[in-house]
Write a new protein. Structure first.
Length: 306
């Protein structure tokens, strides 16, 4: 499960959620057994090349990681939304830095993160960067390899997750030049059929009309294609591959979301791949955080029921 929209906004709470203990307490053995934790480190680090991470923010992330690890689950710590690295428009409340230090800061932040968590449980896994695209497309292999090297200085055996460009698209796996490293895991994201999963999403332009259903034979074929590519690529290079994100936005009909979620889960698991749903409690959420909070039972069962 992705704890999305919590620690990867420019400031925690900017997008309506914070990491609450009640979310962590959902880890009761009946649902998800691993958590992907997206974090926007770049907005909590000094603007210079040293990119010194704010001690208070580091302590906040420490607390979340440790409480999750105490639940006995795997935690995938993901560097997320360093907008200038990809060349994207900055989000509200996101600070701009000198373009000359953007990549240097990326490596400097990883140096600090790797050193800080070197003694944590081996159930803590580090993901180099979420959905590289844009400016990173032609630079990614080099920068990714350098980041892996930085992490390895303090974490010689820890599992590291890397993914392809074009927003972790399976279609770009063939572009990857992987470091010579025995402890890598590959990730892809799969939001097919996109006109279904992102209907009504305000950040998509042009806007996708609401009312799309799921899952026709053509839609299932599109959902399957990237999974088959990823599975074959993993077998070719000798690394496991998992689906780090899939999900559907809440503007879709709920019954269709349930069909989609169950179908995607079944397709992934039929290929002996693991997955993280996007996400827990926001626009794609399987959990309604309002009031006392409760799982959307039909979505939960589609993902975790047997």
């Amino acid at each position: 499960m992705n704890f999305g929209n919590m620690l990867e906004p420019p400031r925690e709470g900017d997008w309506g959620l914070t990491v609450e203990q009640r979310f962590i307490d959902l880890l009761d053995g009946s649902t998800f057994d691993s958590v992907r934790l997206p974090v926007r480190w770049s907005n909590h680090a000094s603007a210079d090349a040293a990119a010194v991470i704010d001690p208070a923010f580091f302590a906040r992330v420490d607390s979340v990681i440790d409480r999750l690890l105490d639940k006995g689950v795997y935690v995938l710590l993901d560097m997320h939304h360093y907008r200038q690295l990809d060349g994207d428009v900055l989000d509200a409340n996101e600070r701009s830095v000198d373009p000359a230090v953007v990549e240097v800061r990326f490596l400097a932040m990883w140096r600090q993160i790797a050193a800080r968590y070197k003694n944590r449980s081996d159930r803590l896994i580090l993901e180099v960067y979420n959905e590289p695209h844009g400016n990173l497309t032609d630079r990614w292999n080099d920068l990714m390899a350098r980041a892996v090297g930085v992490i390895r200085r303090d974490n010689p055996q820890r599992l590291i997750v890397v993914g392809p460009t074009s927003w972790n698209s399976a279609a770009d796996l063939s572009r990857l030049v992987l470091p010579n490293d025995a402890n890598l895991i590959l990730t892809v994201h799969n939001y097919e059929p996109f006109n279904f999963t992102h209907q009504g999403a305000t950040w998509v332009t042009p806007a996708l009309p609401v009312g799309q259903d799921c899952c026709t034979a053509d839609q299932l074929s599109r959902m399957t294609w990237g999974l088959d590519v990823a599975k074959a690529y993993g077998a070719k290079v000798g690394y496991p591959v998992f689906v780090g994100e899939f999900g559907s936005y809440s503007a879709a009909d709920n019954a269709a979301r349930v069909r989609y979620s169950r179908a995607m889960r079944d397709l992934i698991e039929a290929r002996a791949m693991s997955w993280h749903y996007w996400e827990l409690a926001s626009g794609f959420g399987v959990y309604d955080p309002s009031g006392a909070g409760a799982f959307r039972a039909d979505l939960r069962d589609a993902l975790y029921g047997r």
